[in-house]
Design a protein around this ligand. Structure first.
Ligand code: PLP
Length: 349
């Protein structure tokens, strides 16, 4: 991909703002590995408080948060329950099996979500022959599910089943703050039932790097062992953690603008014959565009847009994904939408 003027490929594509860089340059620093970096400690304290957990640990990526959490929860031969489109299944290079030796049982949900009944039906009755049921994973918001927000009641129902059946609970909260802003429900309420939960700083929050994993003190002590073991312990990480502190203070409420821009883009693209968005209602900052009814290939649309300086990725012959974020304005979304319309119409002729 050649990066264009209007980059809707992913909310990971943001650059730190001038104010964020200033916060980074001025951050007090120390040795993180021995607990001496004041800025990283502040970031972890802020995140733990936000998520209503005892403790937190700063990690290089969301993927490492998922994998370390799974390593703490699971032993080889254990089974994790997750929706079929989950990031841990599709985009972590087989980490749960390669690292923890855990097996993933996929649930056929809707837009990345499943119900308490579906979970209850999926969980095996422990026996000599099957993997051992261990963990339930929930992705808030759902990435491949179109940025859908799990309703709090659904989460509570799923958590109740998990507890009754003796399973642990992990939340992949890569975009939890998008869910918080879209629903007006506190992060700690969404995170409440979970033993482990993390947020990504390098998505909508606009940091160049980093994610924070939270849980009980005991859980985070175990997570720290894995961080150390696989070389994820830092030195003067305050210089990057400062971006996270800044983002939690300044980049959360503005996620509402990204959501409004995503709805704006959905309005544009659905003006084209044979184009729809899935799900139909755009709740947060992700728009999956289904061009199947137009007869034009998603890849051809993506390439034509790229030639015009606009990045929207094709993920299958009929699906494109656009993500809004703090480096894309409403005017740019209008330009992208108008161009999308013109491009698909021209390719249809
Ligand atoms: C991006 C993403 C991750 C991984 O986060 P990285 O920081 O890119 O490693 C995990 N889960 C979901 C749902 C994501 O969208």
């Amino acid at each position: 991909m050649i990066e264009g003027r209007i980059n809707l490929y992913s909310d990971t594509q943001t650059r730190p703002t001038a104010a964020m860089k200033e916060a980074m340059v001025n951050a007090p620093l120390g040795d993180e590995q021995s607990g001496q970096d004041p800025t990283t400690r502040l970031l972890c304290e802020k995140t733990a408080a936000l998520l209503g957990k005892e403790a937190a640990v700063y990690l290089p990526s969301g993927t490492m948060c998922n994998e370390i959490a799974i390593l703490v929860h699971c032993r080889p031969g254990d089974e994790i329950y997750a929706e079929k489109s989950a990031h841990i299944i599709n985009f972590e290079a087989g980490g749960p099996s390669a690292l923890a030796g855990a097996h993933i049982h996929t649930i056929e949900g809707t837009f990345g979500m499943f119900t308490a009944e579906q979970l209850d039906a999926a969980i095996r009755v422990p026996n000599r022959y099957s993997p051992t049921p261990r963990l339930v994973e929930v992705e808030q918001t759902t990435n491949m599910g179109g940025g859908a927000v799990w309703p709090l009641t659904t989460i509570q129902g799923v958590a109740e089943v998990a507890r009754e059946r003796g399973l642990g609970l992990h939340m992949d909260g890569a975009r939890l703050m998008n869910a918080v802003v879209a629903s007006n429900i506190e992060a700690a309420d969404f995170a409440g039932p979970f033993d482990s939960v993390w947020i990504d700083l390098s998505k909508g929050l606009g940091c160049p790097i980093g994610a924070v994993l939270a849980g009980s003190q005991e859980f985070i002590d175990e997570a720290w062992k894995w961080k150390q073991r696989i070389g994820g312990a830092f030195r003067q990480s305050g210089i990057i953690a400062a971006a996270g502190v800044y983002a939690l203070d300044h980049h959360v409420e503005r996620l509402a603008e990204d959501h409004a821009n995503a709805r704006r883009l959905a309005d544009w693209v659905t003006q084209v014959d044979g184009v729809k968005v899935v799900p139909e209602k755009t709740e947060t900052n992700i728009v999956w565009i289904d061009v199947g009814g137009s007869g034009v290939k998603a890849m051809d649309i993506s390439l034509a847009l790229e030639e015009r300086g606009i990045n929207i990725g094709a993920f299958s012959p009929t699906l494109l994904r656009a993500c809004t974020h703090l480096d894309v304005s409403a005017a740019q979304v209008d330009e992208a939408g108008e161009t999308f319309k013109a491009v698909v119409e021209a390719l249809t002729e």
